[in-house]
Structures are given as structure tokens and as C-alpha cells.
Design a protein around this ligand. Sequence first.
Ligand code: TMP
Length: 390
Amino acid sequence: MKKEFLDLRRQPIANKFLKEDEISDEFFFDLKVVFDEDTKLVSMKDFVKPELMFNEDYKYNTSLSTPMVNHFKSVAQMLTEEFQPVNVMEIGSNDGPFIRHFDPETSVCVEPCGNFAEVTDDMGYKTYADFWNKELSQKIKSECGYMDLIYSANCICHIQDLDECFAAVKNILSENGVFVFEDPSLLRMLERGSYDQIYDEHAHIFSVTALNNILINNGLTIFRVDNLSVHGGSNRIYVARNRPVEFSVAENKQREYDFGINNFQTYEIFAERVRKSKKDLVELLTKLKGEGKRVVSIGATSKSTTVFNYCDIGESLIECITDTTPDKQGLLAPGSHIPVVDRESVNLNDYDYAFLGAWNFKDVIANKEREFVENGGKFITHVPEVMVFS
Ligand code: TMP
């Protein structure tokens, strides 16, 4: 039985940056969050149609993020050394920062966003511009054979029907193959109060416990878990048909159990913390406005879409958002319609405060923006709680 615990109100497509004349047609939906008492899975109550989110207009080029490019290079090296796969497939290959470390002759990409599918296709990789499901799995198996390594980063949590997703993986995974995927961690979200991990694309926020329950039902087993710092705290889950289960699996499940992720009350406490976070952030920004302070935001992230729309924050409280992604610049942020500008076009010293929309890159940003701090600028974050720091 699914029980609702959080209402993040009316939200737009988190990554759909807009032109002025697109405002009147903007799509909104109600973002409510539920806990499944049976599987322990946390999901959105009502999913958004995948085609509305993942299309040729998708604005997240992973290869423009140096930390993520480095991350994928080291994952690719590590997986190659340990598992020595021949056939490799990536689900949600974006613009290719992971797959580029593998031989195009024996590697396959799955990517529904046409703009990115074209990029990996041009790089020489056989790319299926489609959503991952059983039908596609069968098609790829008949054209390319079984896969020894299936990798997916920040994508499996987008897939609404997990039973179908895992059955499709099992169908094409070679006998000794491994399926490795990484997504934001529910435990880290609950610990940090980072409710902005929840937005349209994240149909689910995974715990190891819930994944284990669902994978076992589909004839697959988690044999290892790595805890990662990327995207504000993620887990890398290693899955196979039948490999010895390592200690990290029980260790992660125990930590989740100790935190109370199996109890509905834990989610009610989290929801209360989220409501307080909203109150604190709005109060702070309103106070600063009253004092005539100027506030900018750094990083036009999907996460900040959730925050700005849940907290009703618009241009009157945050003047603009800087972002390094050219495709987002010159557009308006989803729902809040705060202008997104090139970081280089803004003198940060004109502002008193910078909200960290990309709080997961806090250290990178604080390091880059030392001059802002030296000139008296301060940062605002809402994770783990609303605070000002320099
Ligand atoms: P993410 O949190 O979903 O990875 O998105 C990060 C966004 O923040 C992406 O649009 C790039 C942007 N960004 C900046 O604008 N400045 C920075 O210094 C960093 C690290 C990211």
C-alpha cells in the first residue's frame, strides 16, 4: 500500500527552460510523494509522461561538467579493470562521457533524448534513441547479443515501471554479466533534508532496501554497494544473477534500517523538516529584500526548480541565476521564470548573497568564487538547513 507523506505543490518540468513566449503554455503537475509499505520504495504519486521530460530539448550536457566528466572516466576505468567486459551497454548515455572510454565496435548506447543520441551516434557508437523497456532489450539482444556490462547513471530512477526495467536488463545480461547503476540515495536525502532531489524526472528515490526487494522479485541480486558523494550523495549498485553478496550490502541495509527508512513515521518527520526549510528560506530572502540586499543564484539546476516552485520564490527575491551551460543561458527558469544568465556576464560583486542552486558543487563553486567572498559576499544554502556562510 502506498502512503502519501509530502506535497511539493505545483511544479513545472524541472529542466524545461523557457523563452518568454512559452510561458503561457508551460506544463505544471502536482508533485506529491509516497512511501510503499510493501517494497519500501519512495516514489512520486503521479508520474509525468516521459516524453514531456526526455526529448531533443533536454538541457543537461554531462560533458560540460568537469567533475562529472572526471567521475565517469574513473568509473569506466574501474569497471573495465575489474570485470573486463566485451559487450558494454549504457542506458541513458547522454552526450557520452562514460561510453567514450569503451570500444565503439562492442558498445551500445540507449538514449531517448534525440539531441544526445545524435552525439554518441556521431562518435561511432550504435545508439538506440528510445526508452528502455523489454521490447527494446529484445531488439538490441537480437542485433548486438548479450551484454557483459550494463551501466546507467542517474537514469534508472527515472524509469517508472521498475519491474519492466529490471526484467529488460535480465533479458540481455550475459550469464556472468554485471549491471551497475548509480542514483541519488534516499538515506542521504533524508539525512540532509535535501528534498530538492525530488522533481519530475526522479520517479523514485532509491534505498538499497527497496531496490533489493524489487530486484530479488525479478531474479537479480545486489552484490555490492558503493556510497558516492556525487549529486549530493548517491549509491552505486552492483547487480548480477548470482555472485557472492559482499558485506557492503548488509551494511547499507542496516544503516537504512537504523535510520528508520522502513517506518512511515520517518517520512512524516522528514516532511515536517521540509516545511520548516521552506519557511526559513522564504523568511530569510524576504528579510534580505527588506534590507535592500541583492541575491543571485548559482546553478540553474533541476533541484532548484523544486525549491523555487515549492517556496514560491521568483525574480523579486532572487534576481537571476547564473549557469555555465550555454543552452540554459538567456532563458527563464521553469515555473519561477527567474532569468538564467551566463556566469561571465555577471559581476558577482554587485550582489550581496549567492544562493547555491547547485549546492552539491558547493566546494567547487566556493573555490571558484573566492573573490566574491573576499569582497564580503555570502552564500545561502538550504542543505542541511537554511543558513548563510562565507
Ligand atoms: P546538477 O546539480 O544537476 O549536476 O547541475 C549542475 C548545474 O549547475 C549545471 O547546469 C551546471 C551548473 N553549474 C554552474 O553554473 N557553475 C558551477 O560552478 C557548477 C559546478 C555547475
